[in-house]
Write a protein that binds this ligand. Structure first.
Ligand SMILES: Cc1cc2nc3c(=O)[nH]c(=O)nc-3n(C[C@H](O)[C@H](O)[C@H](O)COP(=O)(O)OP(=O)(O)OC[C@H]3O[C@@H](n4cnc5c(N)ncnc54)[C@H](O)[C@@H]3O)c2cc1C
Length: 552
């Protein structure tokens, strides 16, 4: 029998991220993966801004960028009749280097890190090597969860390996990061709600090393070919020598023909693999039960349009990780783990909805297709113009959703102070920096050129801003009783105070704001109790909610 604190099932990007964060927090965990190796298929290719901020906090953002698409590569998105002609539309998006320069030149609360294109088959082995170096994490590939039972103190999991008889792993908690067909979710009897089996597609991976240098319309990451009814969609992979093609082809063999026609130039290529995948828009009715949780694709399945699959799962992992660590360390109150479902499920539902909206935007420009689109006639030109103008509007629902990626807020969480009022729209596609409790702490450059986010340690931080002398000893006293880690950080820089809007911000280990205000008045104990999960924010009387909304 193997004993550990957390058993993580599934070494996809979500399980690996969870294992890394738990490992860095010193939690003992076992990560098991039924496959013998990491994924060989491309699947996802874009870590979004929020995920890259998370990876920065884990100290691995630059490693990921080193392994991913070169920093100087543009991230443009095109609509064209073929890869050899001019574009019908070019949506320009900066390279990572340009985006970083933009971020460095502005101090308006925008996210600290830009996106990064990295193929899932590159990301997973990289994360695996980093996780394997964590002393408190045991990684076992070729080890499949068969079943589990739980009681009030632990979870017992039966696992099978090809090398011997089944084994038992006993853990305090189990997290199913085991993907869309999750054994953990099924065994808990949790149902997925939404639209399943919307459409079957094929994804083929090509080695076509010369293509990147020969595209005259410009270098980018996404090339949509305006050729109905299949609308081939070609995606650059991180090596710039590999490409994927998505199309609703009838057979694997047809994928090579579709690719050849879409390229429309004499060029050598090799088709390395083809796999089928199915579009779903589904979210689990709950994210766990007792000592068992689900995260990532096990909990929500989106259409990858908009890149909200893995990225949402990484957010799940980071929300759950510190709560597990806190509970295992003994200072996390019962509301902490209970809040995982209440914080992350609404984000899952919203991202399923946003993916659906992104997909309908794509369907809307595709609907402008007519077989005469290539004709050199006024009618052909009109069809091209109509599709181009729709693409210019609708495709942005896929590529310009920074608010969805980084602007989510934990509304109604039991461990976030329930400030009076509705707060900013947590579903805004445009990112608007806010410190409304539940939101992620906006990035601000400090006068010394460092980022505020980089100054925050692994525990809670109480930020006292703009030279405020606000009395914090009441909170420190109340906090000591919780035994949770708290650092008080005085940041005098005016810009932070300006963006925060308050003198005091209480920030959680995952960089989400737990409370804000100008003084604790007589609420220090309640604030400490709510933030550490000993009290539920649900019990706070409306008259006390107004406490933090006093104007600066
Ligand atoms: C074509 C395509 C393009 C995509 N593009 C993007 C994108 O650009 N951005 C984005 O964010 N997302 C994208 N996604 C979605 C992304 O690939 C998934 O959301 C992501 O892989 C989910 O990660 P996960 O770790 O939750 O699950 P998975 O990656 O599915 O990993 C689950 C792991 O659990 C293992 N496992 C399953 N059952 C067991 C068991 N019983 N015991 C042990 N191990 C088990 C599996 O072998 C697997 O390795 C795309 C998906 C597709 C199909």
């Amino acid at each position: 029998m193997i004993e550990t604190q957390v058993l993580i099932v599934g070494a996809g990007p979500v399980g690996l991220t969870l294992a890394l964060d738990l490992g860095q927090r010193g939690v003992r965990c076992a990560l098991i993966e039924r496959n013998e190796t990491s994924i060989q298929l491309p699947k996802m290719e874009r870590c979004n801004a929020r995920t890259m901020e998370i990876y920065r906090r884990l100290g691995i953002a630059e490693k990921i960028r080193d392994a991913g698409l070169p920093r100087s590569a543009p991230m443009d998105v095109f609509l064209a009749l073929s890869m050899s002609g001019p574009p019908l539309v070019r949506l320009p998006y900066p390279s990572v280097a340009e985006a970083k320069a933009e971020i460095a030149a502005h101090n308006d609360g925008r996210p600290l890190e830009p996106y990064q294109l990295i193929s899932q088959y590159t990301l997973e082995p990289l994360l695996r090597s980093i996780v394997e170096a964590q002393p408190s994490v045991t990684v076992r590939f070729g080890c499949e969860l068969v079943s589990f039972t739980q009681d009030s103190g632990s979870v017992s999991a039966r696992v099978s390996t090809k090398k011997g008889p089944d084994e038992t792993i006993r853990a305090k908690y189990l997290v199913g990061c085991d993907g869309g067909s999750s054994t953990v979710r099924k065994q808990l009897g949790i149902t997925l709600h939404g639209e399943g089996n919307i459409r079957n597609l094929r994804q083929a991976l090509f080695h076509c090393p010369e293509l990147y240098g020969r595209i005259s319309m410009g270098k980018g990451r996404h090339y949509h070919i305006a050729e109905g009814p299949l609308f081939p969609f070609i995606i650059l992979q991180d090596s710039t020598r590999h490409w994927t093609l998505h199309a609703a082809a009838a057979s694997d063999g047809e994928m090579a023909d579709i690719f050849r026609r879409a390229l429309d130039m004499p060029i050598e290529f090799e088709m390395l693999s083809v796999n089928e995948w199915t579009q779903h828009l589904l979210c689990a009715e709950r994210y766990g039960e007792g000592r068992v949780f689900i995260a990532g694709d096990a909990a929500h399945l989106v259409i990858p349009t908009g890149g909200l699959g893995m990225n949402t799962g990484v957010g799940d992992a980071i929300d759950l990780s510190w709560k597990l660590a806190a509970t295992l360390a003994g200072w996390g109150g019962p509301q902490l783990l209970a809040s995982y479902d209440r914080e992350r499920r609404p984000v899952g539902l919203r991202n399923v909805k946003a993916s659906g909206a992104a997909m309908s935007g794509r369907l809307s420009w595709r609907a402008a297709y007519h077989p005469d689109i290539r004709k050199d006639t006024p009618a052909g030109a009109a069809i091209r113009a109509e599709m181009a103008s729709r693409f210019d509007v609708e495709q942005r629902k896929v590529t310009e959703i920074l608010g969805i990626e980084a602007g989510y807020r934990y509304v109604g969480s039991p461990v976030v102070w329930p400030e009076a009022g509705d707060g900013p729209d947590p579903d805004n596609a445009r990112y608007v920096p806010t410190t409304w409790p539940g939101a992620r702490l906006p990035h601000v450059w400090l006068d010394d050129g460092t980022s505020l986010q980089d100054r925050l340690g692994p525990g809670y931080t109480l930020l006292r801003l703009g030279g405020s002398q606000a009395e914090v000893s009441g909170l420190e006293r109340a906090w000591r009783a919780t035994r949770a880690p708290l650092e008080v950080l005085d940041i005098r820089d005016g810009q932070v105070r300006e963006i925060a809007g308050f003198d005091l911000l209480l920030v959680r280990p995952d960089l989400h704001v737990a409370w804000r205000g100008n003084s604790f008045a007589d609420a220090a104990e309640t604030i400490a109790g709510v933030a550490t999960g000993r009290l539920s924010a649900d019990i706070i009387h409306p008259s006390r909610r107004a406490l933090s909304s006093e104007m600066p």
